[in-house]
Design a protein around this ligand. Structure first.
Ligand SMILES: Nc1ncnc2c1ncn2[C@@H]1O[C@H](COP(=O)(O)OP(=O)(O)OP(=O)(O)O)[C@@H](O)[C@H]1O
Ligand SMILES: [Mg+2]
Length: 329
């Protein structure tokens, strides 16, 4: 399939289901196995050089989506077209080669760095896997990246172990490792969530800087709406495995359309104490992803739900250039 030149990533009807293990006794007495629909029919596009944010509360499927898009997790079904290549069809050596082109930055820099390896070796690892450069060339490339990332003196950082770095420095190393193979696409899964507030904005700035320099396209997963406002071009809102609204960030922040997006936005503190805004609250808890409500999946918590919402699942519809899945909009 030939895509619009502008489109870098096109995800179509992506699903990821996890089968939960149940004991054989339960399986016999209670019948069929339980399935978690972590990503449940998700479609979207990202333009080349664009940053698409994915927001939504815990358990909505953001991480599963991010990992499935780069095939760290195998999709149950659906299509992922990246840079005119159908990733879902790649196997073996071809898939391994394609992996140079995309990376992921995880939330917890400590957990994603092997504590027994020196920093230089950690960052060099992807180059070794893909057989890029000689030993000397790899080292030079890493040292120059460290210099750029303020990990100085670079030689010193090259030989250090992760535990002797601050949280912000560790995340810089994680970003360096993600960039070392010159990828085109990065999934960042809450890259600042574990960091001290004071270093969060530095890491976001670094991500913006390298995006320009390396001509990257980002899928940026976050809980932090202020961070999303800062770094993203468009934002997709996820609820129970599905994107329920996707639009330019200005539209999402100025005039959220889906009731769930309205609720998320009303939770952001307003700096000006004189401005009043209605605080909206969802009803009850997020339902289990093993038992997604019939009809609109948000109706059980929606303050505005009508009868139709209990019966029919709303599709994402184009409303003035943005996509919203709600019967009431
Ligand atoms: N390997 C797995 N096996 C079974 N269920 C899983 C697995 N991974 C994720 N899930 C389930 O899939 C759903 C989505 O999880 P996911 O981690 O993608 O959410 P999330 O939006 O990233 O949440 P958070 O904001 O807490 O990181 C959850 O119900 C989770 O329990
Ligand atoms: Mg997550």
């Amino acid at each position: 399939m030939r895509m619009n030149e502008e489109t870098f990533l096109k995800v179509e009807h992506l699903r990821k289901e996890f089968d939960l293990k149940v004991s054989w006794i339960k399986a016999i007495f209670k019948g069929k196995k339980k399935t978690v629909k972590a990503v449940d029919d998700v479609s979207f596009e990202i333009k080349r050089g664009e940053t698409l944010g994915i927001v939504g509360e815990s358990g909505s499927g953001k991480t599963t989506l991010g990992r499935t898009v780069i095939r760290l997790i195998e999709p149950t079904s659906g299509k992922i077209i990246m840079d005119n290549t159908d990733l879902t069809k790649l196997k073996g050596d071809v898939l391994r080669k394609a992996r140079r082109d995309f990376s992921i930055i995880f939330q917890d820099p400590m957990a994603s760095l092997n504590p027994y390896m020196r920093i230089g070796k950690i960052v060099s690892h992807p180059l070794e896997i893909h057989n890029i450069g000689t030993k000397q060339e790899r080292k030079e490339k890493i040292l120059s990246l460290f210099e750029k990332f303020n990990l100085t003196p670079p030689e010193e950082f090259y030989n250090r172990f992760p535990k002797y770095l601050s949280g912000g420095q560790r995340q810089r190393v994680v970003i360096a490792r993600a960039l070392i193979t010159n990828p085109k696409f990065i999934v960042a899964d809450e890259p600042t969530a574990m960091l001290d507030v004071s270093v969060r904005s530095q890491i976001l700035k670094l991500m913006i800087q390298v995006k320009e320099e390396f001509k990257l396209t980002y899928l940026f997963i976050t809980h932090d709406l202020a961070g999303a406002k800062y770094i993203c071009d468009r934002i997709g809102v996820m609820y129970l495995g599905r994107i329920i609204e996707i639009a330019k960030k200005e539209d999402i922040f100025k005039e959220p359309l889906h009731p769930y997006t309205k609720i998320l936005m009303s939770a952001i503190p307003i700096p000006d104490p004189n401005t009043k805004r209605e605080k909206l609250m969802p009803k009850g808890e997020i339902p289990s992803a093993t038992n997604i409500p019939k009809g609109c999946r948000f109706h059980t918590r929606c303050p505005f739900a009508k009868d139709i919402c209990k019966e029919q699942e709303p599709e994402l519809r184009d409303i003035g250039g943005r996509l919203v899945a709600c019967h009431l909009v």
